[in-house]
Design a protein around this ligand. Sequence first.
Ligand code: PMP
Length: 355
Amino acid sequence: MIDSPPSLPSTRSPSARHAPRSPAGCDRLSALSGLVGDTPLLAIQAKLDRRRFTIYAKAEFYNLTGSIKDRMALGVIAAAYGRGALVAGQEIVEATSGNAGIALAAVGRALGHPVTIFMPDWMSAERRALLRSHGAEIRLVSAEEGGFLGSIARAEQHAAQVGGFLSQQFANPDNWRAHYAGTAPELLAQMEAVGATPDAFVAGVGTGGTVMGVARHFRDVGLAASVHPVEPAESPTLSTGHKVGRHRIQGVSDEFIPEIVKLDELSAVIGVCDGDAILMAQRLAVELGLGVGISSGANMVAALKIAMTLPGTPAVATVFADNSARYLSTDLAREERVRDCYVAPRVELVDLRVI
Ligand code: PMP
């Protein structure tokens, strides 16, 4: 695949951004694109070790199916129609830890495609139920059968057998382009509206689509902000290059470094303990009304860690990728043990504004 950047987009017209060129459902694609992206920006005032920071977070749970992966699903499908790589009625096949599958199922089924999702069997029950509710066929893959890598191999085999379209979110440049054309310019325009510019951006890496799209957009508009990938401290795959240990931040660190991720284009990797991420997500829900998922808690912790390394009153930006409803059967809904090294118990969440 060609890894070239797209031309700079206009940010305020979602339907123009995802040019609707579906063979069937042209109007449907255009309608759905009006429900993806252009999410609110949250400005969270926080105090840590007597310093005051503003953390800016895109509220990605406002997207069609409630997660940032709607951007990827719509971008990949629209681009595949444009290239003729996906045609009317063709089956869509993907390996995913959940949110991408839910997004592909919702968009794919609404556009008239059968959708088959291969996923590890340890992902939350809510994610499986959501996939089914959108009409996807689910194939669960156990750790013994290869876990995440096994899911990818099986998805490839299945697509070859049925002549399906593999969205290949871990390798497909249309994934990061959705963030290059949507997430990043939206963020910059919203920050500019309140006179702010990001000094740094952080995001947990699943496919790396978010972090790479934002990094490349910042580079192409000449913004010097550092862009940091975030990973679970318990499973530092990006830092070590291979799978190490299990963690509880669903949606990130899926056992390998995705093809999309180019670490030499990014700043230092930030490790966040999964317990710290859980405690932070719980505090955002209880104190600010922001019922976010575990990776959002991780991103908030990582944003504060980076802010602490920068002088003055830095502006650090991130994304809140999904909401807490997807994790009610997980440790997010249980009491979490506090450890001395955590950021979440020490931060004061002072105020929230919506941009
Ligand atoms: N957080 C959650 C909850 C996710 O589902 C994902 C995507 N797997 C991410 C973060 C990471 O996003 P990306 O794939 O763009 O790296």
